[in-house]
Structure formats: structure tokens, C-alpha cells
Design a protein around this ligand. Structure first.
Ligand code: GMT
Length: 378
């Protein structure tokens, strides 16, 4: 199959999943064409059957705001024609599903390759809900020949808030490369982050308000009072200064490392002892899954699709949003009890390998593509 994939190329779960999917499909013999404004951050090195098409943005003084949605539509249209794509798969509805719809309309008699839209999270739970975006988001989702959601939670929200019939949405969970994300990798940076044998607590995100990174700092400060530990904060975004300020106010700034954006998260997760995810909404929680795959138990808020990923009380502990003290107690108990930690760590790895590994999920996408190609959808 020749598949066009559009995603955000920047640091974030939807771009990571789209890229890993493309790489995995190419490894299974498909031809994959990424179409975006920059090379996706996890797409490095040469890979057979993988191509990247950069969206050209013409600058013109009249355009105070560049027309990315149109430029992307033109690029999808052009790639579909030149490469004879069989299928277009866009990740994150806004504006990708709209651009792809325009591209299909431009193709003769609307007979372009079918469009599959994967809903990831705030395209449905936040941005898409805004009154100015809701109608066009709904329209673009409904005009897709295939619709997937990354969790049962996200499917239910899409049905409830957008009126999309449930039978039109297929849940295909995110996945993880369990060979890459595993414990005991070399290099392992434990010595660098925890030279005195401290426990390593980690958080990875884009530091947007939904991630509540200040809560991460507060939980860590509580852990730090009971267990020698260091916190590694990977990623960047608008709330980083607030998190740094909170760390200073709580007197733990010397034990918190702000790494900024990092391209090889697996090298860090492979030697972490605990992962914190304190988002107030999370349709899936890919970073948590990557932690589980490295045998790292997750403590976080039990919102959205996260409970579908992290079995509460087995591979992690999930508490209500804002329950900083409960999260602190759960995290401290895990880090202070080696036998309990080992049980949780083994369970974490098992969840990733048995339910979310590439061989479990990739064939679901292939089968779904086949069904969309066969009859325009399941
Ligand atoms: O929706 C977003 O906020 C962005 C998106 C991303 O690109 O990082 O995150 C969403 O998609 C990820 C991949 O499917 C999920 O793991 C995240 O849970 C989800 N984010 C939210 O729901 C807040």
C-alpha cells in the first residue's frame, strides 16, 4: 500500500505515534509518504520506503497569517497525485482532516484515496470544542472515510460531543516499540542524574497547562522529604517557568533537572524509577506507556484514557486530579519498598509487551486500512 501520513512534526504524542506508525508500516513493506511542514521529530536516518514531503509556505506581504491549512491541502493533493497514494492518514483532526478533505475534493470526481483521521486528544476534548472550531471539526471528522480514536474514552467523548455515530469510530490504541523502550539500555545516564544513588523520578511533556507541571514539582518535593531522589523534567512549553519557580519556592531546585526537549527519551526512561503524569485531561498518555515499557511504574491522575493504559494498583497508582498528597504518598511508598517496586515494574513491562507492543497494534491499522479501502469503511 502507498500511504500518505500527515501529523504535527513537533515534540508530542500524536506526532510520535504517527511517525512510529509510518516507520513500522514501511518495515512491513508499505510505502510511506510523510507530509508536514517539517520533518517529524522522531524520523531520523535513512529508511527504505519512507519519504518526506515538506509543505511549501509561500510568503506574501498581504498574508499576515500564513495559510498552512491551504498549503497542506495543496501538498496532500500534489503527493496523492504524484505518488498515486492508496490512502491518506491524518493524525490530529485540526486542521489536518480539513486539509485532507479539501485535497480529496480537488481530485477528480472526489475519487481520491480514502481518508483516515485519527483523533488524539485535545483536537476533540479542548480545541475542537471551541464554538468557532466545533462545526468545522465535526464536518471534517464526518467526511473522513475512516475514523480512529486512541482510547475508548476518546471515542465516547467524540460520540457525545460531536454526534459522530459510535459505529463509525474504531478504537486503535497507541503502541510502543518495546525493543527500544526497555530497562537497562546502554547508554544509561543514572550516574549523571543520581550520582549518590538517589531514585530517579521523571516527567516528560510539552509543559502545557493541561499537564499541570506544578503538581509534578509538588509531588516530587513531597517524595524528596522521605526518599533521596532527583527529578528529571524532559520537554518544554509555556509552564516551564512556573514549574521552575515552584521548585525554587519549595527548596528543591537543586534536585530538579530541566532538560528541555530531548530526542532520545528512551535513554532516560530506561533508568528511571518512577514516572509522574499529573495531567487534568489525557486521552491516552503515550509518555506513560513508554515509561511502562521501560519497567517504570506510573503515578498520576486517573483521567480520560490513562486508566486504560496504566492498570491502577498493578503497574501504577492513579488518584483524582489535584490529589497531590495522595500521589505523593503512593509514589513514596513505591520508591521506599523495593519488593513492591519490583512487582509494579514487572507488571508495567508486561502491560506494554502484552497489550501495546508494535506487533499487537500495527496489524490493527493494516486491517482497518484494508476495510476502508474495500468498502469505504467498516
Ligand atoms: O492532544 C494533544 O494535546 C496533543 C497530543 C499530542 O500531539 O501530543 O496529545 C494527545 O495525543 C497523544 C497521542 O495519542 C496522547 O497520548 C495524549 O494523551 C493526548 N493528549 C491529551 O489528551 C491531552
Amino acid at each position: 500500500m502507498k500511504i500518505g501520513i500527515t501529523c504535527y512534526p513537533t515534540y508530542g504524542g500524536s506526532g510520535a505515534v504517527a511517525t512510529e506508525l509510518g516507520i513500522g508500516l514501511a518495515a512491513r513493506g508499505h510505502e510511506v509518504h510523510f507530509i508536514s511542514y517539517a520533518q517529524p521529530f522522531r524520523l531520523s536516518g535513512f529508511r527504505e520506503r519512507v519519504y518526506f514531503h515538506e509543505v511549501e509556505m509561500e510568503r506574501y506581504p498581504l498574508f499576515e497569517h500564513p495559510h498552512y491549512t491551504l498549503a497542506l491541502a495543496a501538498a496532500i493533493h500534489d503527493t496523492a497525485l504524484r505518488e498515486s497514494l492508496d490512502l491518506i492518514h491524518v493524525h490530529y483532526a485540526i486542521p489536518h482532516a480539513t486539509s485532507a478533505w479539501i485535497a480529496r475534493e480537488m481530485l477528480e470526481d472526489n475519487g481520491g484515496p480514502p481518508l483516515v483521521t485519527t483523533l488524539h486528544g485535545t483536537d476533540v476534548t479542548l480545541v475542537g470544542l471551541h464554538p468557532s472550531f466545533h462545526p468545522i471539526t465535526r464536518f471534517s471528522i464526518m467526511r473522513s472515510q475512516g475514523i480512529t480514536a486512541v482510547s475508548d474514552f476518546l471515542k465516547a467523548v467524540t460520540v457525545r460531543d460531536f454526534g459522530v455515530p459510535g459505529e463509525r469510530i474504531r478504537v486503535i490504541p497507541n503502541f510502543v516499540d518495546t525493543e527500544l523502550f526497555r530497562r537497562g539500555r546502554d547508554p544509561c545516564h543514572r550516574e549523571v542524574f543520581a550520582p549518590a544513588g538517589e531514585k530517579i523520578v521523571m516527567h516528560v511533556s510539552n509543559f502545557r497547562p493541561v499537564k499541570r507541571v506544578v503538581d509534578v514539582i509538588e509531588v516530587f518535593a513531597g517524595i524528596r522529604r522521605a526518599v533521596p531522589a532527583r527529578l528529571v523534567m524532559a520537554g518544554d512549553g509555556p509552564d516551564r517557568p512556573r514549574a521552575a519557580e515552584r521548585a525554587r519556592a519549595l527548596g528543591v531546585e537543586r534536585d530538579v533537572v530541566f532538560l528541555g526537549k530531548h530526542g532520545a527519551i528512551e535513554e532516560l526512561l530506561s533508568c528511571a524509577d518512577l514516572f509522574l503524569m499529573t495531567s487534568d485531561r489525557e486521552s491516552f498518555g503515550l509518555a506513560a506507556l513508554e515509561a511502562l515499557s521501560c519497567g517504570v511504574p506510573v503515578v498520576g491522575y486517573g483521567v480520560g484514557g490513562l486508566p486504560e493504559v496504566v492498570p491502577d494498583g498493578e503497574a501504577g497508582v492513579l488518584v483524582p486530579v489535584g490529589a497531590v498528597e495522595e500521589a505523593t504518598a503512593a509514589a513514596t511508598r513505591l520508591l521506599a519498598d523495593p519488593a513492591r517496586w519490583r512487582r509494579f515494574s514487572d507488571a508495567a513491562r508486561a502491560v506494554a509487551v502484552e497489550r501495546f507492543a508494535v506487533p499487537c497494534i500495527l496489524p490493527m491499522y493494516e486491517a482497518y486500512y484494508e476495510s476502508v479501502l474495500a468498502d469505504g469503511g467498516p
